[in-house]
Design a protein around this ligand. Sequence first.
Ligand SMILES: [Cu+2]
Length: 315
Amino acid sequence: MSRRLLMVFSLALAAGLAACGPADRAEVEDAADRAAGAVSAGAGVVDVVAREFAFDAPDSIPSGWTTFRMENAGEQEHFLVLWRLPDGTSFEDYRVEVVEVFGRVWERYTAGEIDREGAGRALGEELPAWFFTGVTPSGGPALTEPGESAQATVRLVPGTYVMECYVKTPDGRFHSEVGMLRQLTVTDESTDASPPDADVRLTLSNYEIASSGELAAGTRTVAVDVQENPEGFLAHDINLFRLEAGADVQEIVDWMDWMDLEQFRAPAPGYSLGGMEHMAAGATGYLTVRLGPGRYAWVSEGYGAQGMVRTFDVE
Ligand SMILES: [Cu+2]
């Protein structure tokens, strides 16, 4: 079953969302960060504030290499995944043909009228074909703890995109359903920005996370290459967690299963530090993160149980 199904629902949509200007980042980065490759404000940088329950973000941005800096100003975990809609499909089409249909199926599932398998089957039958074949998962900053910021650099082609977070509230409502679903237009004008240099590369395949090397403490940039994606609709992503003493990686893997009615509800059982949201096969994105000494885990949403988990230590 796909995660992309999630991009779905949310009748609440962008209607109530106010667009705010970029956050004031003057205080944010220190000299060490800049030396280590963090971006400065300017062309190709988009500041987004995530909170309960909205993205404060621009409505329109240039295409090309783009760095999203997402600050989580809320009290629950949030992420920002970008879905590019097929040409000729509008955000309103998406709302009516995908969001509303998903909402009705999910209602039957939560009411116990259908089980998990039945819900998956119903979604496969009732969502439009373009949803499965025409939507391009385009990355974005992954799961991020309240009070933290995450930085992800992706290459965007012009088009109409959906920005979404579908973490669930403690009582089980998808964030996208209560406001974290928003349209983003990517224009023909290009940022002319270049991708950052990477310290380490992660390669995502079915079903493995391969790493080109070790990460040291400091501000580091990780390239994420999606080599292949499974059949169906759930493309690979990667989420970074810092493991506090006593943390159970299996508990995090179990939690990252949005189709389970009890899982994927804030708060997560680990300290989330961003990552790279779902991307199409062949795509590369870059995440930049500040690492202190400690134990960490990369976890792929939905595929941790198939082996897409990797723990590592930073000295
Ligand atoms: Cu959220």
